[in-house]
Write a protein that binds this ligand. Structure first.
Ligand SMILES: [Ca+2]
Length: 86
């Protein structure tokens, strides 16, 4: 088990966008065949390991990711209410 977060490295594969145009992320470590996996952003921190070493479910990164996302959701909600209330 590698506990390293999401290291920023030039060796990480560039991932083309998915069929739906969504951004995709390259796993920082290759699988046993030496291939780097690309994952959709909606599988980040979804409770299932998608990267060979489980980096997409790494606890610290997910805490930050989920906190940021929850914060953005609250902001978006407040904006919507403000826009409707005018
Ligand atoms: Ca996942």
């Amino acid at each position: 088990m590698v506990v390293s977060g999401f290291p920023v490295s030039s060796s990480v594969t560039e991932c083309p966008p998915g069929d739906d145009g969504m951004e995709r992320f390259g796993c920082p470590t290759p699988d046993r065949q030496g291939r780097f996996h690309c994952i959709d952003d909606h599988v980040l921190c979804d409770g299932f390991i998608d990267c060979p070493s489980g980096e997409d479910e790494e606890r610290k990164s997910c805490m930050f990711y989920k906190t940021t996302k929850a914060h953005l959701d609250v902001l978006a909600d407040a904006l919507l209410r403000w826009a409707r209330g005018r």
